[in-house]
Design a protein around this ligand. Structure first.
Ligand SMILES: [Zn+2]
Length: 448
């Protein structure tokens, strides 16, 4: 299929079937080059509109704000936002139902496909009307990739066959190949490489751990690979040596992006590949001290995020458990969207098996089906390959059996190749507010 055919076919299809996305795409293109003051005003208006909506439609925000002495009329005070109480992961777990906005039809609810990124299972709902497609069109455009081009992904494959068919139509004529990060083996990587050679994707996007594993596989087997135009990585900070290795093996620049289960598509690097631009016309991101007051640019602090696109399950001043700082200098790319330094509080999550098989990413979702079974959990692989599932038991009556089920799922994920043991604990230590879901003490294979 030629690039011109793909571009034309995609253009025709979206004019007919995806007019909404095209309209959002146009407004995002204008929005990212607005005068910064105008952009800040628009963001503030949208944020306070959401705050009042949440107060009017959800028991959680009504109760929480009233407890803090904040009444509805206070929500018209332009300076009130920074004083609003933050939302914690524990709030999502304990008062989940109270976050649901009244009057929103259930058909608009979209179940979160992944678990929390910090070892605390959360169950929240997304808004089907959120312009997620326009968000990835935008970020990929920054990397020189158009939505009709062929793409490869290394992430957790969680879609049903029916969803895969529906999405294939939605993406047509772009082909999307997926390597499931939960079970990366020499065989699955060989298959992926074969399809890659046939499709020649322009983009590779995936978990940093998985992308690094695939690059190591290509390197160790001295395979030739058709270089993509761009490589996106997510879910953990990338070290300079990982970046250099991936770029030299796969032959394309690596771009960092910041995405979470709770708020998808938060920020990404632009063509300059320095700071990350926040999608600040769609998310309000603050960096705060431990009292949740904003810190000056350049100061490391907590990421507190407000999703301007979720009216099903509003998230306002949500403390997501990551750390970074605001960068207060304009970007050479010309976009005025807020800039942040790469996230410094996230970690790569890979388990290693004696066979050389590794499991990257997706392990956060272990308790998705039963978020009430544990208050916290951590998967700790010891140097002898044994995996300890550490957990702080939740309140539900059958918590123990739900934990045993999760351990069994974990054993299946690692193909029963190593022992999985249960380790109940009183608490799991945080690393500056950031719990690590996966800790692996098995040394990584030497790749260079
Ligand atoms: Zn830029």
């Amino acid at each position: 299929m030629t690039a011109r055919f793909a571009s034309t076919a995609f253009g025709l299809k979206t004019r007919v079937a995806q007019r909404g996305i095209r309209a959002v795409d146009r407004s995002l293109r204008t929005g990212e080059r607005l005068d910064p003051e105008m952009a800040a005003r628009r963001q503030h208006t949208a944020t306070m509109d959401l705050v009042r909506y949440a107060f009017d439609t959800t028991p959680f925000y009504r109760d929480r704000y009233r407890e803090a002495g904040i009444n509805r009329r206070d929500l018209f005070d332009p300076d009130i936002f920074e004083s609003l109480p933050v939302v914690r992961k524990a709030d999502l777990r304990e008062r989940q139902g109270d976050f649901l906005a009244e009057g929103v039809p259930p058909s608009r609810r979209l179940t979160s496909a992944t678990g929390g990124s910090t070892g605390v299972p959360v169950a929240l709902l997304h808004d089907r009307r959120a312009p997620v497609a326009a968000m990835w069109w935008r970020v990929y455009r920054w990397w020189g990739i158009e939505p009709w081009e062929d793409m490869a992904f290394i992430h957790r494959e969680r879609r049903t066959a029916a969803t895969q068919r529906r999405e294939a139509l939605e993406w047509w004529p772009s082909r999307h190949l997926v390597l499931d990060s939960r079970a990366m083996s020499p065989a699955s990587m060989e298959q992926f490489h074969e399809t890659w050679t046939e499709v020649m994707p322009r983009l590779l996007n995936g978990y940093i751990g998985g992308v690094h594993e695939f690059a190591s596989y290509v390197f160790e087997h001295s395979l030739s690979i058709h270089a993509p135009h761009a490589i996106g990585v997510t879910s953990a900070p990338i070290t300079p040596s990982q970046r250099t290795f991936i770029e030299s093996v796969l032959g394309a620049p690596v771009y960092d992006q910041y995405r979470t289960a709770e708020v998808p598509w938060i920020a990404a690097q632009c063509s300059e590949r320095s700071a990350l631009h926040v999608l600040s016309d769609l998310r309000t991101l603050e960096i705060t001290d431990d009292d949740w007051k904003p810190v000056p640019p350049g100061t490391l602090g907590n990421v507190v995020i407000t999703d301007l696109c979720n009216r099903v399950f509003p998230l306002i001043r949500y403390e997501i458990g990551d750390l970074t700082s605001i960068i207060d200098e304009p970007c050479a790319c010309g976009m005025s969207l807020t800039r942040i330094a790469p996230i410094s509080g996230r970690i790569s999550d890979v388990l290693r098996l004696p066979s050389g098989l590794s499991v990257a990413g997706g392990l956060n979702a272990l308790f998705n089906a039963r978020p009430d079974a544990v208050r916290q959990f951590q998967i700790h692989q010891r140097a002898d390959y044994t995996i300890a599932l550490r957990y702080v038991k939740g309140d539900s009556a059958d918590a123990e059996s739900a934990v045993a089920d999760a351990a069994e799922r974990l054993a299946v994920i690692v193909e029963h190749a190593v022992p999985v043991i249960l380790e109940p604990v009183e608490f799991i230590a945080h690393d500056r507010g950031k719990a690590r879901t996966v800790v692996c003490d098995v040394a990584a294979p030497v790749a260079s």
